[in-house]
Design a protein around this ligand. Structure first.
Ligand code: DGL
Length: 262
């Protein structure tokens, strides 16, 4: 199974994108709702949670891991790759490649959690792919809790977004990376506030495309993962009303969330 984890529901935007871009694979999702948000935690804590999530997914049949959380990917990818003997794909690499290819004026904005922005991983990666590119990052710590609460179209959310996006607008970016898998759920609010000429790069969609390329290239892994009638499972470490609603909304169908003490 393809194991996917996030601190909460954000990674479901990745799972949904994977269903669309590479159908036919059973998914095993783990959302660590009990410990969300990760973005405000220390690197040591994020690494410890990421190991725990990976152990959970592997013990339930995952044979490949997709880190569907930018906060975890920016902090724990190297540790997971060196400690586990399975392929580990991270949500950040594909988005950096896409952003570097997309920009025309070489000014790219990144929005993400504090952990992701503090890691500087987007800036370092984009500058190494595309030297001469200016990367401007903005931490948006209030957005994950707003999304987890289901406040996707509230006046307060719009106000906070305007505040976060204003400095990036002043910098005349032409490309904006949604460097957190919760943010695609706010895409419709973000686009008019950053400007309609700015291209949004959705890290969830990009990692799904990247996974497809990976599976196309690695036939042996692909053959073991592909199933005639794939059945996916969605686990969470806590389950609340807003989270259940959001899961159904992301997939456009009823999603059975299995609560576990992980
Ligand atoms: N969806 C996670 C990300 O991509 C949110 C992280 C958090 O819990 O802070 O960064």
């Amino acid at each position: 199974m393809i194991g996917i984890f996030d601190s909460g529901v954000g990674g479901m935007t990745v799972a949904r994108a994977i269903e669309r871009v590479c159908p036919g694979y059973p998914l095993l999702y783990f959302g660590d709702i009990a410990r969300t948000p990760y973005g405000s935690k220390s690197p040591e804590t994020i690494r410890e949670y990421s190991r725990r999530n990976t152990d959970f997914l592997l013990s339930h049949g995952a044979t490949i891991i997709v880190i569907a959380c930018n906060s975890a990917a920016s902090t724990a990818t190297d540790a997971l790759r060196s400690e586990y003997d399975v392929p580990v794909l991270d949500v950040i690499t594909p988005a950096t490649l896409k952003a570097a290819a997309a920009t025309r004026n070489n000014r790219i904005g990144i929005i993400g959690t504090r952990a992701t922005v503090r890691s500087e991983i987007y800036r370092e990666r984009i500058e190494s792919i595309h030297p001469g590119c200016t990367v401007i990052s903005q931490a948006c710590p209030l957005l994950v809790p707003l999304v987890e609460e289901g406040w996707l179209n509230r006046r307060e959310t719009k106000m906070i977004l305007r505040r976060y996006l204003h400095p990036l607008k002043l910098q005349q970016i032409d490309t904006l990376v949604l460097g957190c898998t919760h943010y695609p759920l706010l895409g419709k609010l973000i686009q008019p506030r950053i400007g309609k000429r700015v291209q949004l790069i959705d890290s969830s969609v990009e990692v799904a495309r990247y996974l497809k390329e990976y599976l196309d290239k690695n036939k042996d892994i692909n053959n073991k993962l592909k199933k005639e009638n794939p059945t996916s499972r969605f686990f969470v470490s806590d389950s609340t009303g807003p989270v259940r609603k959001l899961a159904d909304r992301i997939f456009g169908r009823n999603i059975h969330l299995e609560k576990v003490n992980a």
